[in-house]
Design a protein around this ligand. Structure first.
Ligand SMILES: *[C@@H]1O[C@H](CO)[C@@H](O)[C@H](O)[C@H]1NC(C)=O
Length: 141
């Protein structure tokens, strides 16, 4: 009787170890999430900048963000299928909408952080390798 109970206890321990090992190995097999960061800086001369970013499928609306002069707004998302945020920037009666992190843009940003700057003459993108802003888009009506 005692022997039998010991056996069961051993078996139970063994099962626990198995469960634990499986848990560990399966969690280490899960691919690491890659995040992409997108930031906007309002460098308009004394004007409010409105930023609204959306993804089509799955539909995600990050809602309107209103940036006072010099204010910033950043969001991030987990890189994956269908994730292609389009952001609408506007001030006064002008606006510009564009994809903020397609392949070409990401390459130009120089990693997983893209920094956009809005100025009176248009929208600039920071190249983080050279630390230089490049003019990307003018404002449209
Ligand atoms: C902000 O914009 C002005 C032009 O309107 C420019 O001279 C200045 O360098 C910009 N500042 C930054 C931090 O980019």
């Amino acid at each position: 009787m005692e022997m039998k109970r010991m056996g069961m206890a051993k078996l139970y321990c063994f099962a626990l170890v198995l469960v634990f090992a499986f848990g560990l190995s399966s969690s280490s097999r899960v691919p690491r999430e890659r995040k992409h960061y997108v930031k906007f800086i309002n460098n308009l001369s004394n004007k409010v900048l409105n930023v609204n970013c959306k993804n089509e499928k799955p539909y995600i609306d990050l809602t309107l963000h209103i940036l006072l002069p010099k204010e910033e707004y950043e969001f991030n998302y987990i890189v994956g299928r269908g994730m292609a945020f389009r952001c609408d920037l506007r001030h006064g009666s002008t606006s510009k909408a564009f994809l903020v992190s397609d392949r070409a843009i990401k390459r130009e940003c120089g990693r997983n952080h893209c920094i956009w700057k809005a100025q009176d003459d248009g929208v600039y993108l920071l190249n983080r390798k050279t630390n230089q802003y490049t003019f990307k888009f003018g404002w449209e009506n």
